[in-house]
Each structure stands twice: as structure tokens, then as C-alpha cells.
Design a binder for this molecule. Sequence first.
Ligand SMILES: [Zn+2]
Length: 343
Amino acid sequence: MSSDGTFTYNGGKVLPGERQNLRYGISETYLGDPVRIPVTIINGEHSGPTIFLSAAAHGDELNGIEVVREVAHEWDLADLAGTLVCLPILNVPGFLAQQRYLPIYDRDLNRSFPGREDSTSAKRMAARIFENFIEPCDYGLDFHTSTRGRTNMLHVRADMSDDDVARLARAFGSKVIIDSDGSSGMLRTEAAAVGVPTVTIEMGEAHRFQRGLIDEALDGVESVFAEYGLRADATVRWPGWRTVIDDGNEKTWIRADAGGIVDMHAERGSLVTRGERICTLTDPFKSDNIAVEAPFTGLLVGVLENPVVYPGNPLCHLVELEPRVQAVVEREQSVDTGTEATS
Ligand SMILES: [Zn+2]
């Protein structure tokens, strides 16, 4: 951002009070045609922070696309104090193929940031995105879903040891925050490293628009806008309960110890108690059933959707809650189902 509030990128600028839809070239196909990502930049009438909202760094993770599009094109942003850089589809080649990775040698765009102009195709694409649309921002929200075949409840992943990142993570107002450094090359990790606090929002499954989760994420975006003063009328939300999962919490991906077909008995986001059966591994004759039980009481953050597994495939992601939070979740879920909580 320049001092007069103009947003500039290589090839253009957006003045305060202006909005621009553009298709920005980040690579070229085998035919020599441009590979262009859609970008919407909304520079508010009033000054304020610049926030990027990005999605589909993994090309088949669609929920975030709708979140970014609705913020950019359906929200009334007439009184916006700040600038939004909306990047609904980062990984265009993966999106076209409806797959997670860039089709070129299956590169992971979300391990290629901040990128480099004289390097691999993935890093060149990452560099174009990063230099023009990430580095000029003050904060960032990067939307993802679970990997194909699995689903997860909406949660934020953030490096909570960084105070600015932690503030952003809390501002989103999700019930669950998973504290992790992230990996080298991840958008959130590399953006934070250059002074752009960024968190990942995980929500649902690939290849779908899931309305309930999209609405929940939109509430989170509004809450972030309230925290940083982008919208005067918005308020920071409190999700009712919150847990920050860090090294102090037990957490595990429960994996299948046999190949088979899975009968899942528990839902994404539900509390399961120690010893409770989460799912059953079955064979084609339904004769050799293996019960998979919760090793500890915890919240099912993620579960399998595609019900077939090899030995070693993940079945569910279980995290332990602090006793106080667990009691609140028990009460909430017993109200939801109309049954007594068992403890
Ligand atoms: Zn992803």
C-alpha cells in the first residue's frame, strides 16, 4: 500500500473507493496460453488495514471459494475502512483438473511459497501471487478443507506463539484453534514470516459447497473485520466455547489397522467418550467386524467420508479437551440431541 492509500501490484493500481476484478497471469500452459488467477481488489473509501482472503491453494478444496466470492461480491462494503484482496482460486491448474496439487509433477502450491522467479513452475507461480497480492497486505485468511475423502469441523490453524497471528486466530471466533507452526512453504507460515499475520481456516470436505460451514466462515470473516475496524457495524463474535489445541492436549489421528469398509458411528464435531465405539471396520461379508474405540474422551475434529481404507489410512482426528471446555461441550451436545449427557 502506498501512503495515499492506493493499492498497487505489478501492472496496475486500485485507488481508495475503487474496486477492480482482474485475471492476473501467473504462468503459461503447454500451448503458451496464460494461466491467470481471478483477483478482486476492493479499496475502501476509508483507510484501514489490508487483508487478503485466499482459497483453493489446493485445487479441489472448494468451500473457501464461495466464502471469498460472497465477501467480495455480495457483501455491502460501501463503508469499508481498509482494503480487501480477494483471491478465490489460487491454484487454477489444480482447480481445472479438480485435484489438490498442481498437475505439473503433482507439486503442492501450498509448500511453494514465497516462491522464486527463477525456480520451478510451482515456485514461479507462488512468487507472482506472493509478491503482488500477499506481501502488500497486513493480515491474511487462507481457506482450506480436509483432504479428499475426509471432512473436518470448521477450525483455525495458527502459530499461537506469534502474538499477531494469535490475535487474528481468536478474532475469527472459531470454537477450535489448532496451534501449529505449519510447514516451510505454506502460505500462512511464509506470509507471517514477512510480517503478514495469516491463519488457515479448515472447513469440511473437498469437492463440495457446504452451506452451513460457508455461513460459519462468513461469520468468522465478519468478526475479523470487526476486530480490525474494517466495518463499523460488525462485532467480534464469541463462539460459546473455545479450545486451543496445543502440545498440552492429547491428539491423534486414529488409523485403520486392517483394510476394509468403514461403518462410521460418530459425526464430525461430536464428543466421544473413552471406550466409545467410533466406527467399525468390516469386510465384504460383514463377518469380520473390528470395533474402533476412542482411546480417550475428546472431540472428533475430522472424520472419514469415503468409507474404504487400507491399513494405515486415517479414520478420524480426535483431540482432547480441557475438563472445563469438555463440560460445556457435553451440555451443548446434550441440548442439541435432547438427551442426557453421559460422562
Ligand atoms: Zn488445503
